[in-house]
Design a protein around this ligand. Structure first.
Ligand SMILES: [Zn+2]
Length: 347
């Protein structure tokens, strides 16, 4: 920035002394000099900007289809938090043991943030919007990754929200409170919108500390109010738009919805936050989760959903399971296990 600023200041100053032709020539020479300067910066191994711009990364999108519908899981990045913060009432030895069995860190739960993009006949749809600026540099990359996959933020006309936590609605507004998805209409359940926009919002059963609760409430309320003129509310069971039906998943939040996406003979259930980790929530579905607004109801919702999707052998997209978060749940002893899909290179 500083270089560009100095460059334009320099040109402005020189206009008093040089003819237009001389100025254009000088401008071309200076531009060439800056390009060469840029190239030499790239060759320096300790140039952080250069490395992050050029280093290869792993895939952040996964293309697939649901019947005739084009679909894509897009990564927003990752989050992590201490295991004993995540399931605070579970026996710490049991938590350590099950994480060790899965070859996972016993300190931190590592959660992906996956969002779903769907193209129907009429709409370009995003289910949830990622974290935006809410959680620092490991997350908030959804819209950038979407753009890299060829979908501009202006292309999205429909945003369907599972619930109003910051890792799902954080991508809606930028730091100035402006819409990042300027052409979108928003959909959220009536129960979810009513809860967060009430005059008094409290989370008396939550296991989170008061400061974290206050942050969740402020973000949800502020965002819901900011988009209220372009938000359509629905009831559980409704068809939100053709091909996409709301499925009650309340517990994590009072109006959380999952979405059953159907085309022809194929279907996919894009869940809200019902489970996050196979060792902690599928093998131990009764462990209460700190992020659930009502942890006891969270256990009931998890048990209900797991029983249903196992019986139906339903394909799932789960927001916080390892990317791309597509897979099936199977019965395992008296609990459940996760079977991720096999990665395909062709759609
Ligand atoms: Zn979440």
């Amino acid at each position: 920035m500083r270089v560009q600023h100095g460059y334009s200041d320099l040109l402005r100053g020189l206009t008093h002394y040089l003819s237009r032709g001389q100025l254009l020539l000088l401008s071309a020479c200076l531009s060439l000099g800056l390009v060469l300067l840029g190239n030499s910066a790239l060759s320096q191994p300790n140039s952080i900007e250069a490395v992050s711009e050029t280093a290869p990364t792993n895939a952040a999108v996964y293309h697939f289809k649901v019947g005739d519908l084009k679909a894509m899981v897009v990564s927003d990045g990752t989050l992590s938090f201490p295991a004993n913060f995540f399931v605070p009432k579970a026996d710490p030895n049991a938590v350590t043991s099950v994480l060790t069995d899965h070859f996972l860190s016993t300190e931190d739960v590592f959660a992906h943030v996956n969002a779903l993009y769907i193209e129907t006949d009429e709409h370009q749809v995003l289910i949830d919007t990622g974290s935006g600026d809410a959680f620092g540099p490991t997350a908030g990359h959804l819209l950038k990754n979407l753009q890299a996959a060829g979908v501009a933020v202006t292309d999205i006309d429909t945003v369907i929200l599972t619930h109003a936590h910051p890792d799902h609605i954080g991508g809606i507004l930028d730091a100035d409170g402006q819409l990042r998805l300027p052409n979108a209409q928003f959909y959220i359940s009536q129960a979810e919108a009513d809860f967060w926009t009430a005059d008094t919002v409290e989370l008396p059963k939550s296991l989170l500390d008061e400061e974290t609760k206050a942050g969740l409430i402020a973000t949800a309320k502020g965002t819901m109010m900011a988009i209220r003129d372009r938000t359509t509310l629905f009831t559980m069971g409704d068809e939100v738009i053709p091909h996409i039906q709301a499925v009650d998943s309340a517990g994590h939040t009072p109006g959380q919805a999952s979405y059953l996406i159907t085309s022809g003979e194929e279907s996919l259930l894009a869940t809200g936050d019902v489970f996050f980790s196979d060792p902690l929530n599928l093998e131990n579905p009764d462990w209460e989760v700190a992020f659930d607004g009502d942890p006891e109801q969270g256990v009931i919702a998890r048990r209900n959903l797991l029983e249903t999707v196992t019986a139906e052998r339903r394909l799932l997209l789960v927001p916080h399971m390892p990317f791309p978060g597509l897979g099936h749940v199977r019965p395992q002893a008296d609990a459940y296990g996760w079977e991720p899909i096999v990665w395909r290179f062709t759609v």
